[in-house]
Structures are given as C-alpha cells and as structure tokens.
Design a protein around this ligand. Structure first.
Ligand SMILES: [Zn+2]
Length: 242
C-alpha cells in the first residue's frame, strides 16, 4: 500500500475516533444535568406529598373545630328546652335540635374518613421518603460514574490527539492540506473506502477501470464525484471465488 495513503487512512480513523469522543464529551454533562433534575424531581414530589398531608390535617382540624361549635350549640339548645313556654316553641326547638344532631353526625363521619385518609397518606409519605432516598442514591451513583467516565474519556482523547500529531508530521504537507480541506467541506470524512464499486462517502458508482486502479492501493485516488480520497479495503470486500 502507498505509504501516504496508509497514513491518511490512519489519520482519518483517528479523527473519527476523536470526533466520537468529543460527541460523548458533550453528551455526558447533559446526562449529568438530567440526573440532577431527576434528583430534584423526587424531592419536589415528596415535598408536594408532605404538603398535601399537612393540608389534609389542617382541613381535619377545621372540621373538628366546626364539630365542637355544633356540639356546644346543641348543648345550649338543650338548655333552652327547659325554659320553653309553648308547645309550638318546644316543637320548633326540637326540630332545630334534630337538625344540628344530623349535622354533627355528618361531621363525625367526615372526620373519620379524613382520619383514615390521613393515616394512609402518612404511610405513603414514609414509603415515598424511602423510595426517594433510594432513587436519589442511584442517580448520584450514575452521576459519579459519568464524571469518572468523562475524566477517562478526556485522558483517552489527549492520547489520541498526541498520536494524531505524530501521524500528521509524517504526512506530506500537500496531502495534509488536501485532507484538512476535504474534512472541513465533507462533514469530517476525507478518506473513504470503496465497496462494491461505490464510493462509501457519496455512494456513487465508480467507473470499473478506476475501481480496478483503486484496488491496487498503490497510489492515491480521488472519487470523481465527491473528491474524497478513496482506497480499497480488502477485508471488507473479499475477492469473488471461482
Ligand atoms: Zn465519492
């Protein structure tokens, strides 16, 4: 294989690897942010639940005060019964007492339901707290993993960049210039293989004569369509048998 072609293929490979690492390097902080939002989300859901339980208790205390007021009202009405003069007034008062008794029994029922609800909600709050702590712990572990991943990724990138510099020094300035220009204008892909007679950069078919020449890999050819540097990869396309 042509020495410069071989170096250019390796350079393209390194640049692609570095490009992949840079993509991940940009993604990881976003993943960490997402996990931090998740941790906050658990906290907010828990706090909302705690607040809901507090509101429930507040409402219940309000009902209990209402009940107390009704009960003392009832006691007063019962006292009044003793000083009633006429039957009509007596009947009216009895009717009023009956009403207030009904209201009291309804309030008692409501309060009992509220106590039940409070108890089950308080239980749910305790469960949520455990779930929240467990999930947050998991998120924090994931954040740590990603932070460590970022550190090793950067170390890997530095070593690839240093290999790239070494490689670039071995390539002739003309080819390097051509390579950089192509990489810039062709979406990061300057050197591509030819497979089944087609350029793997632009997918266009090459003339059979040119394909045969490229197969030799003994000099550098360009795709006539996209101008990328092309080479033949034997591993990818074994010779037809027979
Ligand atoms: Zn092409």
């Amino acid at each position: 294989m042509d020495k410069q072609l071989d170096l250019l293929i390796n350079l393209q490979d390194l640049d692609l690897q570095i490009q992949q690492l840079e993509k991940k390097e940009a993604e990881i902080p976003l993943q960490i942010k997402e996990l931090q939002r998740e941790i906050e989300g658990y906290k907010h859901a828990y706090e909302a639940k705690v607040q809901a339980v507090e509101n429930l208790e507040k409402n219940r205390r309000k009902k209990e005060r209402e009940l107390e007021a009704k009960e003392s009202g009832l006691a007063k009405l019962k006292d009044q019964l003793l000083s009633i003069k006429t039957n009509r007034e007596y009947q009216a008062l009895l009717h009023e007492i009956e009403n207030i008794k009904q209201e009291i029994s309804q309030l008692e029922e409501e309060i009992l339901l509220m106590i039940d609800e409070s108890e089950s909600e308080a239980k749910r709050v305790r469960e949520m707290k455990l779930e929240m702590e467990e999930s947050q712990k998991l998120c924090r572990t994931r954040i740590e993993e990603r932070e460590q991943g970022l550190v090793s990724l950067r170390q890997h990138k530095i070593s690839l960049e240093s290999s790239r510099e070494t490689l670039r020094r071995q390539i002739s300035p003309e080819w390097l210039k051509q390579y950089d220009k192509l990489r810039k204008s062709r979406g990061g892909l300057a050197v591509v293989s030819v497979k089944d007679g087609s350029c793997q950069g632009c997918c266009m078919s090459l003339m059979p004569q040119l394909f045969q020449e490229i197969k030799q890999n003994d000099q550098i050819y360009s795709c006539p369509h996209c101008h990328r540097i092309v080479y033949y990869n034997e591993e990818r396309e074994p010779e037809a048998v027979g």
